[in-house]
Ligand binder design. Sequence first.
Ligand SMILES: [Mg+2]
Length: 221
Amino acid sequence: MFDATPSWSEIDHVLLDMDGTVLDLAFDNYFWRELVPRRYALAAGLTPEQALSELLSRLSGVEHSLSRYSIDYWSEITGLDLSALEREVRDRVAFRGGSAAFLEAVRASGRSLWLVTNAPPTSCRMKLEQVGLDAVFDVVISSHELGVPKEDAVFWRRLQAQRPFPVERALFADDSLPVLRAARDHGIAHLVAMRQPDSTRPEREIAEFPSAACLGALLPL
Ligand SMILES: [Mg+2]
């Protein structure tokens, strides 16, 4: 495991994942692993454990596809309005440690700041508004708009075609190793893996990429 120490003089383009990188994955873990199974269990007459195990088995069938990240897909599976449920608990959406200061520093430095997420556009907008980030990023890209998730090489080719950016002068931070591999294969020069996407869970050991517990650890620029 090695700490990311970006060479900032070689970077003028910063791309960040949302959930688990800018925002605390504690929200998503609570939502998908506790609240949704509990509500689904009530609606379907299952125990919460049965509901969770059914959802997890469905999940394994759509891993690394857009459906896995689609609120509409899971609403259909469960028969619940999950967009409404997400809004119901929106006050739990929170920054991961040091994110606010990091974003401020990147903006103050004049670098381009992009958000690149697998979250659907509505969910993404709701979360960014909730933490006051709706006007902070120069560009916000949801993979749902490009038709493939970030872990797919096609995503990066389409992004590059629609919005060209210099891969050799770009830094990209994400908590998903499959996503980071796709970004590396695409040629993005500076990669950071987030070791502790959920502040309530322990740090992970990551050997494959330079890593940081949270964005705050990358300061100062
Ligand atoms: Mg993430």
